[in-house]
Design a binder for this molecule. Structure first.
Ligand code: ADP
Ligand code: MG
Ligand code: ZN
Length: 486
């Protein structure tokens, strides 16, 4: 029996705002505990929330980037629950009138796990979204041996929840979804979406059903995943577990589980009987929001999206789709390439090759990122220009590059210092060729008699005479012309 997999994700993304969602406290990752708090984000009775307009704008921008519809009016609701990390015992969220509806995240090839990029089942797939809403984050708990500590710095920070349609077909697609989404969020400057810092977290819903069955299987939710590779592993584990249960003739029921990375297993947290009823109701302290103004400012902040940039790099600079994808993967890298490509002189495609091969591996070797690259784009363009013009060979170029990267000296200075400049001046080369022809009558005669072998020998003699600096291509041309002439 074959089984089909259905996956839907609920992704929480921390927005990049200076202050919290409903108070003026600063949002600062890694600050000393409980240093950014006030009566509102501590949830003290009587404290009043005030909306953060920038958070609303960033959510609208996310909606525009993902092709969502923006609701003309949205509102905030109270989600009631016993929250050990939220003393007011409700979270301000959005229930029936979220900011964004529908939309989709396009998956791109490079976003799949490396080992899965060769066998992408559904290339160019778009994963549809249900909604995007805005809420406040809760405080962060730290569990010790016999006590628990709570850090309220995170309490009340703006959190965007992105809910997908149940349209993801495999753990690899879920991985690609998160990576593609993260890239778009970074492009928009909406969030740093660093999963290691908890700036992007996700709940994974997954079900399996026998092929031929129309309705989805029972949804199992894996809570609070915080790495993309963890998401892939947890889903793969769950799919196998659920399939084995069905194979054994057992029924699955809707439940919530957690992933344990150390043991590589999921464990039951609660069943549907214990599901919460949050008793949502509109927050009486917050007015509904008309979104037209937000949409206008979000529109003005729309960036070029990753897919557009990739297509443009292929069209404008003649790089391959794969190279375009690597360049566009990181905004700083693509900006570096583009500055270099626009600097003229060298061919953009050759510049791209140097960026993707030599520069990236030199940066990797030095433990640096493109952000602290010691070579400005113009310096690299100068080097590539010297090679393209035949002033130095490609092999010499590698040597010059290494020295430029280490010392920051310009290419021309290094070429001069090392006496690398190739002899391309035709007048000087002609003199050398004449000397070689005059000094080697026997090979010259052999060549003229129809034996091609001496040509390389004669070329070698010119190179020798020039102490290795003769431009091999120009030398060849002159030599053949002169041999044909006389
Ligand atoms: P809930 O009300 O329990 O939160 P939702 O219908 O809002 O459930 O769905 C939450 C997430 O679960 C969405 O991402 C959705 O795509 C996904 N989902 C819903 N049903 C299934 C299913 N049978 N299998 C896998 N994922 C599902
Ligand atoms: Mg839900
Ligand atoms: Zn506060």
């Amino acid at each position: 029996m074959k089984y089909l997999t259905t996956i839907g994700l609920e992704v929480h993304v921390q927005l990049k705002t200076r202050s919290k969602m409903f108070c003026g406290c600063a949002v600062e990752y890694g600050a000393p505990t409980n240093t950014h708090t006030c009566p509102t984000c501590l949830g003290l009775p009587g404290a009043l929330p005030v909306m953060n307009g920038h958070a609303l704008e960033l959510t609208a921008l996310t909606g525009l980037m993902l092709g969502c519809g923006i609701a003309p009016v949205c509102k905030f609701d109270r989600k009631n629950y016993f929250y050990p990390d939220m003393p007011k015992n409700y979270q301000i969220s959005q229930y029936d009138l979220p900011i964004c509806l529908d939309g989709a995240v396009p998956l791109h090839d490079l976003a799949y796990p490396k080992d899965a990029q060769k066998s992408i089942a559904t290339p160019d797939k778009k994963v549809g979204l249900v909604r995007i809403h805005l809420e406040e984050d809760v405080a962060k708990s730290f569990h010790y041996d016999t006590s628990t500590g709570i850090d309220f710095n995170r309490a009340g920070t703006p959190l965007m929840e992105i809910v997908t349609q149940p349209e993801i077909g495999s753990p690899e697609e879920a991985f690609a979804f998160l990576t593609s989404l993260r890239q778009i969020l970074l492009y928009g400057g909406v969030s740093d979406a660093d999963m290691e810092k908890g700036q992007m977290r996700c709940d994974c819903n997954v079900s399996v059903r026998p092929e031929g069955q129309v309705e989805f299987g029972e949804k199992i939710e894996i809570k609070n995943m915080n790495t993309v590779s963890g998401v892939r592993k947890a889903l793969a584990y769950e799919i196998t577990r659920q399939t084995e249960e069905l194979e054994a003739g057992r029924k699955l029921a809707q439940e919530t589980r957690r992933w344990d990375d150390a043991s590589g297993q999921t464990f039951l947290m609660r069943t549907k009987e214990n599901a919460h009823d949050y008793r949502y109701f509109p927050d009486p302290d917050l007015m509904p929001v008309k979104t037209d103004g937000l949409v206008a400012s979000a529109r003005a902040a729309m960036p070029e999206l990753p897919a557009q940039k990739r297509a443009r790099f292929v069209a404008d600079y003649g790089v391959s789709p794969y190279d375009a994808a690597v360049l566009a993967d990181d905004q700083e890298l693509s900006a570096y390439f583009e500055t270099a490509a626009r600097a003229g002189a060298a061919k953009p495609k050759n510049v791209a090759n140097w960026v993707l091969n030599d520069l990236l591996s030199a940066l990797g070797g030095a433990g640096k990122t493109i952000g602290d690259c010691p070579l400005p784009p113009a310096a690299l363009v100068e080097l590539v220009g010297l090679i393209d013009a035949g002033k130095i060979s490609g092999k010499q170029g590698k040597e010059v590059f290494a020295e430029m990267f280490a010392s920051g000296k310009p290419a021309a200075a290094i070429v001069k210092e090392k006496g690398m400049e190739q002899l391309s001046d035709t007048g000087a080369l002609e003199t050398l060729v004449d000397q070689v022809i005059a000094a080697n009558p026997k090979p010259v005669a052999d060549f003229k008699a129809g034996n091609p072998a001496p040509l390389n020998f004669l070329k070698g003699q010119v190179m020798k005479l020039s102490k290795g600096q003769a431009n091999p291509v120009v030398t060849s041309e002159i030599l053949q012309r002169k041999l044909a002439e006389g």
